[in-house]
Write a protein that binds this ligand. Structure first.
Ligand code: NIG
Ligand code: FE
Length: 419
């Protein structure tokens, strides 16, 4: 039988077959030694031993993956990849002892990126983000979630959603958009958080819904996210925004317990959120409640690393209680300018005590679950999109074990060789 593409002779082919992996089952890579994968018209046709597939398929293009690992493209399920300016000066201030929240309260932090982003033309924002996405792709990310949230007024927030759509059209990588109008309280609403919450809930969300059906007809609505944090949006304000979003048909996510425990993880579980992210300060009993829900817990180990904080999420309590765990980069200019899921895996092995196999599952099929795409990407199984990475390493443990160099030798997205 003829086919477009055949990757064969992989030392290890990681299929990650069988769907997202909960709790203690996390870490089943479904390894086929001397494995092969056949691709046709953008989708995976078959996976199996090289001897079988090379016999069955005559491919237009064959790639010999001897001494290499073949695995699904990474799904980076939490980023803030569209912004202008940078915060190198704040990084230095933090090294000298100022905290992230002090800088935000003094009008810096997210607010300084908001000022730069509002001023930047859409074309410039697109170019800046495009460069970041190219680096993510080069490091193996084939699907990336991107949040708005550096506009904080309707016009700029819609421009950021427009950038998401443009980046997706121009892809790879594939972009999953999230509306984060509630990322911070903008300067013009300082001291009037409730008014801003009402604006987001009652005006912005319906406008986003209208704009979306106009600009992206037929495409599912973006996610809606909230930064639920002391000094930003409290639990009631977060509930108000997310409840309004759900009523309009948006799927939801939440930034929960990043600096202070407020109860965002339980709110996510109660509302049926697709994911609850960060969870650095979530106590073990709340973590167990989240674990028993359908909500994915997304951990972002580059963030405490980027902030040089010692806080750690309760990973073992979450897994013991059968939670669904993903990891993501949190790519953003303030806490974690990290475009590499390989680096995220290396950090997860050290600071979250995941094995390389567990971290790889969390960065692929479970990451896909965190953006509602587990049926389409995140594993190498017949019928799924051909989003595939070839690593210049002999076994999967080199992910995690090694860090700071790019191990990717090829990236295939939707059947096309893109790196
Ligand atoms: O996930 N916590 C809120 N959002 C980002 C940081 C954004 C910023 O500092 O610009 C985060 O860490
Ligand atoms: Fe974030």
């Amino acid at each position: 039988m003829r086919t477009d593409l055949l990757l064969h002779s992989a030392n290890e082919l990681l299929t990650l077959a069988g769907g997202p992996q909960r709790g203690r089952r996390l870490g089943d890579l479904g390894i086929i030694p001397d494995g092969a994968v056949a691709v046709d018209r953008g989708s995976i046709l078959a996976v199996g031993p090289s001897s079988t597939l090379r016999h069955r398929f005559q491919a237009e293009t064959e790639i010999d993956c001897r001494d290499r690992v073949v695995l699904p493209g990474f799904v980076d399920s939490h980023t803030h990849a569209i912004w202008a300016g940078d915060r190198a000066a704040e990084f230095e201030m933090r090294l000298q002892g100022r905290t992230y929240m002090e800088i935000l309260e003094a009008g810096g932090g997210i607010m300084s990126t908001v000022r730069a982003t509002r001023e930047a033309p859409t074309a410039l924002l697109t170019d800046l983000a495009r460069t970041r996405l190219e680096r993510s792709l080069a490091h193996g990310t084939t699907t990336i979630e991107i949040k708005t949230g550096y506009g904080l007024d309707l016009a700029t927030e819609l421009r950021l959603l427009e950038v998401c759509l443009r980046l997706d059209e121009a892809g790879p990588p594939r972009v999953v958009p999230t509306f984060l109008g509630a990322h911070a309280v903008p300067e013009e609403y300082r001291g009037r958080t409730d008014k801003y919450v009402a604006l987001v809930s009652d005006r912005m969300l319906p406008e986003v819904q209208r704009w979306w059906s106009d600009q992206a007809p037929g495409r599912p609505l973006p996610f809606v996210d909230v930064f639920c944090e002391e000094g930003v949006f409290d639990l009631d304000q977060s509930r108000r925004i997310l409840t309004s979003a759900l009523a309009l048909g948006f799927p939801v996510k939440i930034h929960a317990d990043e600096f202070v425990f407020l109860g965002g993880a339980s709110l996510a579980a109660d509302l049926g959120a697709t994911s609850a992210d960060h969870l650095l300060e979530t106590p073990a009993d709340e973590i167990r409640r989240l674990a028993q829900s359908e909500t994915v817990g997304v951990l972002l180990p580059a963030t405490p690393f980027g902030l040089h904080l010692d806080a750690r999420p309760s990973v073992s309590a979450f897994l013991e209680a059968d939670g669904l765990l993903a990891i993501a980069s949190d790519l953003n200019p303030g806490t974690a300018w990290c475009e590499s899921m390989q680096m995220t895996i290396a950090l997860a092995c050290r600071s979250l005590a995941l094995t390389p196999a567990q971290a790889i599952v969390a960065a692929t099929i479970n990451g896909a679950a965190a953006v509602g795409l587990a049926a389409r990407t995140g594993s190498l199984e017949a019928g799924k999109r051909a989003d595939i990475v070839v690593l210049d390493a002999p076994d999967h443990r080199h992910l995690g074990y090694r860090f700071g160099t790019n191990l990717v030798s090829r990236v295939i997205q939707g059947g096309q060789l893109v790196i």
